[in-house]
Design a protein around this ligand. Structure first.
Ligand SMILES: NC(=O)c1ccc[n+]([C@@H]2O[C@H](COP(=O)([O-])OP(=O)(O)OC[C@H]3O[C@@H](n4cnc5c(N)ncnc54)[C@H](OP(=O)(O)O)[C@@H]3O)[C@@H](O)[C@H]2O)c1
Length: 267
């Protein structure tokens, strides 16, 4: 049987929850799961921008008419909303099989001493605390059936800290540590814990980091061939469609011309 058919069989009828599905890697991951399963999956897509999620649902309904999609407005930094959100999912979407903790961001490039307290809190609330809260809310579902995949989006910034990125780097190191602890805690289960750590990916990430300044955001990718969101989505889908005896535990994914946060060939 071809690799693609095997992956489709393993993914068939599974339910995936993706945070930050309104853009970038999260959106691409939703579409990649449907490509890989021929639309034979159930997706729960969450983000703050409901209109973007509704647009995506429209596209999916046209391209994958057999797919089931539930879109939900959720600000993952509102900690008190996480548990009720998971508990009150519509019945056919409740039995989550794959959690993709994707939503995340960087804010600014300020040096230590000049970073706004609000930015520190916002980045940690989004990248770390929310990821932990969502994982804790979903884990009982996985423990009850002794299966499930947790995919956390780390970053090269969570392995190799760089100047002007201290808060983002610290948040992604925290994601890495949390992921490693969890994998060890779940050693006697069939729950797989997966860290995907991308390098440079062209998404809305830089636009958010530079607070809407398109020129600064564009410069990040200037004269490079960055990863695109679907390159990372492809890896997420690959990792979660392996045989049950295999966990793609921890993967660093760069564009070919990158070797660290600051080793990027521009030409
Ligand atoms: N792009 C890169 O170069 C890169 C590299 C390494 C790692 N990563 C990681 O990859 C992940 C995805 O980033 P991306 O590149 O796809 O960025 P993106 O295009 O900016 O997408 C980020 C997503 O997160 C959502 N989000 C942000 N804050 C949220 C909140 N409070 N509640 C709910 N959803 C929220 C956004 O949706 P709403 O605005 O609609 O809420 C959006 O859908 C992040 O964890 C990022 O750190 C990115």
């Amino acid at each position: 049987m071809s690799q693609g058919r095997k992956a489709a069989e393993r993914l068939a009828n599974k339910t995936v929850l993706i945070t930050g599905a309104s853009a970038g890697i999260g959106k691409a991951t939703a579409l990649e799961y449907l490509e890989a399963s021929n639309g034979d999956m159930k997706l729960v897509l969450a983000a703050r921008r409901l209109e973007k999620l509704e647009e995506l649902k429209k596209t999916i309904d046209q391209e994958f008419p057999n797919a089931k999609v539930h879109v939900a407005q959720l600000d993952i930094t509102q900690a008190e909303k996480i548990k009720p959100f998971i508990e009150n999912l519509p019945k056919e979407f409740k039995d989550i099989d794959i959690l993709v903790n994707n939503a995340g961001k960087a804010l600014g490039t300020d040096r230590v001493g000049e970073i706004a307290t609000q930015d520190i809190q916002d980045v940690f609330d989004t990248n770390v605390t929310a990821l932990i809260n969502i994982t804790q809310a979903v884990l009982p579902i996985f423990q009850a059936k002794n299966s499930g995949d947790i995919v956390n989006l780390g970053s090269v910034a969570g392995r190799d800290a760089y100047p002007t990125g201290s808060i983002y780097c610290a948040s992604k190191f925290a994601v890495g540590a949390f992921t490693d602890s969890l994998r060890k805690e779940l050693i006697n289960t069939k729950i797989r814990v997966i860290l995907i750590a991308p390098g440079l990916v062209e998404t809305e990430f830089s636009l958010v980091r530079y607070r809407g300044n398109e020129e600064q955001a564009k410069n990040v990718y200037k004269d490079t061939t960055p990863l695109m969101a679907d390159d990372v989505a492809d890896l997420i889908v690959y990792a979660t469609s392996r045989k049950q005896n295999t966990v793609i535990a921890d993967t660093l994914i760069f564009p070919t011309n990158q070797a660290s946060p600051h080793h990027i060939f521009r030409g």
